[in-house]
Design a protein. Structure first.
Ligand code: ADP
Ligand code: TRP
Length: 331
């Protein structure tokens, strides 16, 4: 049994790309392992400036994961801000982090490059939250002695920084942290968006996971197709077929593809896609609406999760405190 940990920033409403690209793979990976999953609200502070929005987004994200089937008995599910121990470790790690390592972190580097291109000071609009982002993420990972960190490719460098910091600490103070490894699932398909590009909120081409039936139908109608008429053969690898294969059974999908090749019209193909998608999503949508109207239940789950997480975090932190010459935390 390995300890795995991952997190997601509460920066938007869950879409189908997130579900198939992050949520389902996490559930699969959690089987047989000890899993920590948290809402990285303090990592979102740089992007979300409204208190109301940060709070609502965190609640929506928690409701969404629970609606998708996250079982809090199997996955320790909590909010980053409910485990203040992480900020203590963040400070300790800051003291072993070479500044040069942070200069090379990609989010900061990209910002500097953009500033230089625009003729601005290189650090224009850079705050210390952005600059130190990788240290907090390292603290997130090391605080639980996590072994595997399932993430997308964009987070690989952050995981490598966490491993570097663990190594620096171990070298200076003796064996303390497990060296974490990113787990990048290459086999997870990139889910297309309405326009065929990668589904992403930055492209505004998403299908929201829990929108109403009516909105789901409207969104499906916006999926871009070519101008082939009913009766003309269609490509069975089109965006509609790709979506269908995510929600329909194998047999259903084969039949759908066959009929596309035989000339099924786009209008009818969209209606059929709606039916399979809606069937799949309906029970989750119901659960989502339930959690959204019972926020106290979500809160209770998160609080219970943070108690479990803190128990482990405090153990690791006490070990770290001892190593650096600081007294144990009072119980
Ligand atoms: P967005 O691109 O909409 O901003 P995020 O960056 O918040 O999405 O993604 C959160 C998680 O969902 C990441 O693990 C990412 O890999 C996964 N994900 C997002 N979009 C897709 C997609 N189109 N296909 C597969 N996985 C995705
Ligand atoms: N930085 C990650 C992202 O933008 C979110 C995150 C924060 C995270 N802390 C983490 C991911 C710890 C894995 C482990 O997606």
């Amino acid at each position: 049994m390995d300890r795995i940990l991952t997190a997601i920033k509460p920066t938007g409403i869950m879409h189908i790309g997130n579900y198939f690209g992050a949520v389902k793979p996490l559930f699969q990976m959690s089987e047989g392992n000890e899993t920590f999953f948290f809402i990285a609200d303090y990592h979102a502070l740089n992007f979300i400036k409204s208190a109301e929005e940060l709070k609502n987004n965190s609640q929506m994200l928690a409701a969404a994961y629970l609606a998708c089937g996250l079982d809090p008995e199997k996955i320790i599910f909590f909010r980053q801000s409910d485990v203040p121990e992480v900020f203590e470790l963040n400070w300790i790690l800051s003291n072993i982090t070479p500044k040069g390592l942070m200069n090379r972190a990609h989010a900061y580097k990209a910002m500097v490059e953009q500033n230089i291109e625009n003729g601005l000071d290189k650090d224009s609009n850079v705050n210390m939250g952005l600059y130190n982002y990788p240290i907090l993420m390292a603290a997130d990972i090391l605080l639980y002695n996590s072994k595997y960190v399932p993430v997308g490719l964009d987070q690989k460098q952050h995981c490598e920084i966490a491993r570097d910091l663990a190594q620096y600490f171990n070298n200076r103070y003796g064996e303390t942290f497990v060296l974490p490894e990113p787990k990048i699932e290459e086999s997870v398909a990139v889910i297309p968006g309405l326009d065929g590009r990668k589904m992403s909120k930055s492209y505004n081409n998403t299908i929201q996971m829990f929108c109403s039936e009516k909105d789901l139908q409207k969104t499906i109608n916006r999926i871009v197709t070519d101008s082939r008429l009913p009766g003309e053969p269609k490509n069975d690898d089109c965006t509609l077929a790709q979506f269908y294969s995510l929600f329909g059974t194998k047999e259903q999908t084969e039949d759908y593809k066959k009929r596309l090749r035989e000339g099924l019209g786009w209008g009818d193909a969209k209606k059929e896609l709606f039916v399979v998608m809606n069937e799949y999503i309906s029970p989750m949508r119901e659960k989502y609406n339930y959690y959204m109207s019972n926020p106290q239940e979500v809160e209770k789950i998160l609080q219970e999760g943070s108690i479990k997480a803190r128990r482990i975090a405090r153990k690791v932190l006490n070990k770290v405190r001892k190593k650096i010459g600081v007294c144990k935390l009072a119980d």
